[in-house]
Ligand binder design. Sequence first.
Ligand SMILES: *Cc1c(COP(=O)(O)O)cnc(C)c1O
Length: 393
Amino acid sequence: MTTRKALQTSLIHTDYRAPEGFGALPHAIHHASTVLFKDVAALRARNWQDKSGYTYGLHGTPTTFTLEARLAEIEGGSHCVLAPSGLAAIAMVDFGLLRSGDDLLIPDNVYNPNRELGRWLAQDYGITTRFYDPMAGEGIAELIRPNTRLVWTEAPGSVSMEVPDIPAICRAVKARREAGQDIHVAIDNTWSAGIAFRAFDHGVDIVMQALTKYQSGGSDVLMGAVITRDRELMRRMEMAHMRIGFGVGADDAYLVLRGLPTMKLRFDAHDAGARKVAAWLKQRPEISRVLHPAFEDCPGHETWKRDFSGAGGLFSVVFDERYAEAQTDRFIDSLKFFKIGYSWGGAHSLCVPYRIQDMRRGWQGKGQLVRFNIGLEEPDDLIADIEQAFGAL
Ligand SMILES: *Cc1c(COP(=O)(O)O)cnc(C)c1O
């Protein structure tokens, strides 16, 4: 029986309910700010931290919970919380774990906005932030202070491509935790997408992913995730998520869910293409170094061989020192298939120059560094493109 109502009310309230039992392959997209409770008692009893139900759109919907559960499973973790960008996920870890007076260790080759956030925390929030040599390995033990709360890692650094010894860093941190210190290791695992490096199996406590890259695969979404195996540890990040309001939109979450089934096939195709292009570049006289973890002369190559099962599409090259920046800029401008822009993980190949001498302490050599993201084009076409662009040097 329908209730009598004016047209204006009918435009808002309906008694129609779609039939139950609809089945389809894609995950459903649930848009909501308000989430409804069946009565006041249910509203009063509701705890936003309990993910067996719903409280408010910001704290999760079936769409975001599904994505979180799937990401946790892919990474080999148990708990996941989403953030509106990869950088927001990094911030969620920092704000979840750090208090003023704490000490933060960040590798010197880290994703640059992570470094910038660390500097800001030091400047305005009473944290000490120190940048360590990513190749420190066991030596990290000497850098840890009684108030060191968080050690960030990134494997490899996404510009200079050194592969750190993550298990060694994790052992040093674990020894301190077993002695009673509240200290954890977080990894920015974006480069390997949780596919090529199983971070939890190597001792990492917190995994951060920029889903913007391989998970979405479409160059059209910004999103991040933080994953743990430890419920209590995740609660600290969830508090930051709730207090700052790091919600994600349902349509964006859907786009990432849509990318997951093909993620490994794409990752493997990027990997094969990148190795082919990198191998070609390696024998060219214009190039002095190819920085790709699967290549023997990449710092940390042995660690990569021991701990990783793949490489994806990202690597850098250092040009011969005889080429000035203006020449390598002309080279990049002359590329046809490689577009100029940040990020990676989409179908399009990309190329970016970095002033590595200003980014990385103790960097040896003066040659220009250029980073390639190998997309899903035919690798031979990409090689031909690079070869013609060398003409502009
Ligand atoms: C892209 C990226 C991020 C940040 O992701 P956004 O979604 O662009 O904020 C963090 N770390 C690494 C290594 C990245 O490549």
